[in-house]
Design a protein around this ligand. Structure first.
Ligand code: SF4
Ligand code: SF4
Length: 91
C-alpha cells in the first residue's frame, strides 16, 4: 500500500497543541536519523543543515519514532488530547 493509499484510510482532527515535540538542537548532533526511515507517515524530513523538519498533524500515533530514536530527550511524545488525533476508517 502506498503512503497516499494509506492516508486515504484515516482522518485527522488536528489539535493546535502538538502531541509530539522534537528538539531540533538534539537532532542536529544525530547522524543516524532513524526517525526519517521508521515513521510510516513520513513526517520527519532531513534538512541540508543537519536538522530535522517535523510536522505532527498527520501522525498515526504509532509511537515508533519515540521507541526508535536513540537520543535521550530528542522526542517528547504523548497522545493528543481527547477528541483530537487520528481516526482509522474502514477502507
Ligand atoms: S528524532 Fe531522534 S532519530 Fe530523529 S534526528 Fe532527532 S535524535 Fe535523531
Ligand atoms: S508516532 Fe508514528 S506516525 Fe507519529 S510521528 Fe512517530 S513514527 Fe510517525
Amino acid at each position: 500500500m502506498t503512503l497516499e493509499e494509506r492516508m486515504r484510510t484515516v482522518r485527522f482532527q488536528v489539535d493546535d497543541r502538538p502531541h509530539i515535540v522534537v528538539d531540533a538542537g538534539i537532532c542536529k548532533d544525530c547522524s543516524v536519523r532513524v526517525c526519517v526511515y521508521v515513521c510510516p507517515a513520513s513526517l520527519f524530513v532531513p534538512l541540508d543543515d543537519g536538522g530535522i523538519l517535523f510536522n505532527y498533524e498527520e501522525c498515526f500515533e504509532c509511537g515508533t519514532c519515540y521507541i526508535a530514536c536513540n537520543k535521550e530527550g530528542a522526542i517528547q511524545w504523548s497522545y493528543p488530547r481527547g477528541g483530537y488525533g487520528v481516526t482509522f476508517r474502514e477502507s
